[in-house]
Design a protein around this ligand. Structure first.
Ligand code: B12
Ligand code: SF4
Ligand code: SF4
Length: 231
């Protein structure tokens, strides 16, 4: 494919994803994700992969900061479905040009689960993809932070054998050096100083059981206290 054709297709794909509801899109080369754990590399999902597309949708600040747990949980479920739709529709769009494209589940755990440590991994880590695609940078809370809306975005990825021009990454750290608000805010001290989250500790606090038995994802203190993107 010629460079001009490549650029044109990249713009078309990004525009399409935006019309389907993506607020941000970025392209990462599969090489930039080489550091992913075995089984979670782009080529484990599509052997002929060349690029990984990241899409993000913002969450209203008021839901994260002020909303009841039920609204927050509902927002997480809505965005999960919408992002899965964005990645599905964009993959079909890419297939019209006769390239392969696989949408990776926004938030379903895959077979990688250790019941002892309660450590799980997604098929691919969307936040690592988003960072490599220039959508944002991972903060000390280990979440993907965008300069525009901070960590208040949800993510999805698409792997494709289409060789798209990667977007530039954000070079500077978005966390102020002395900020530890997210680390201090976690009631179960699940976040260490190396962007690492102890899943068992987080899972012990993150969920709330409602009187009728429904379990909702309620804790988001490490998101809420982060000042980036708040206006
Ligand atoms: C498992 C999981 C969790 C776990 C672990 C979270 C974590 N920090 O990774 C737990 C249960 C703790 C969790 C909690 C939450 N989660 Co969660 N979670 C996921 C899920 C399903 C998989 C994440 C994953 O695989 N991480 C990889 C980690 C677990 O593997 P690891 O061995 O620990 O990783 C180390 C290395 O292996 C290496 N690594 C791993 N992959 C890669 C890839 C590359 C290229 C490189 C170089 C290195 C590398 O880096 C790690 C650090 O050393 C994703 C969806 C997805 N598919 O991405 C959502 C996701 C990360 N969660 C999300 C959210 C919002 C939350 C919560 C706020 C829940 C809530 N109440 O709403 C909390 C926040 C807690 C926190 N501060 O992280 C969002 C984050 C959005 C954002 N802006 O970043 C995601 C992306 C879901 C989505 N579709 O948007 N979650
Ligand atoms: S979601 Fe809650 S429990 Fe989990 S790391 Fe963040 S603050 Fe801690
Ligand atoms: S609260 Fe501070 S340290 Fe934590 S992610 Fe936000 S800016 Fe970074």
């Amino acid at each position: 494919m010629k460079t001009t054709e490549k650029k044109d297709l990249k713009n078309k794909i990004k525009e399409f994803a935006h019309t389907k509801g993506a607020d941000f899109t970025g392209i990462a080369s599969c090489k930039s994700l080489d550091g992913a754990p075995v089984g979670h590399k782009p080529e484990n999902l599509l052997p002929s992969v060349r690029s990984v597309i990241s899409c993000a949708k913002r969450i209203p600040n008021s839901v994260v900061n002020e909303g009841p747990p039920t609204s927050y949980h509902n927002m997480m479920r809505i965005l999960e479905v919408q992002l899965d739709f964005v990645s599905y529709a964009t993959s079909v769009f890419i297939e019209y040009f006769e390239w392969l494209a696989i949408p990776i589940a926004s938030n379903r755990s895959n077979y990688d689960w250790d019941p002892e440590t309660q450590h799980g991994r997604g098929d691919i880590s969307h936040k690592h993809v988003a960072e490599a695609a220039g959508v944002g940078r991972m903060g000390k809370n280990s979440l993907l932070i965008t300069p525009e809306f901070g960590n208040r975005v949800q993510l999805v990825s698409i792997v494709t054998n289409l060789d798209l021009e990667p977007d530039p990454i954000i070079n500077n750290d978005l966390c102020p050096p002395d900020c530890v608000l997210c680390i201090d805010a976690c009631p179960v001290s699940a976040i260490d100083n190396n962007q690492y989250v102890n899943q068992k500790l987080c899972r012990s606090f993150m969920y709330t059981k409602l009187p009728k038995g429904q379990i909702i994802e309620s804790c988001r203190l490490c998101r809420k206290v982060c000042p980036i993107g708040i206006y």
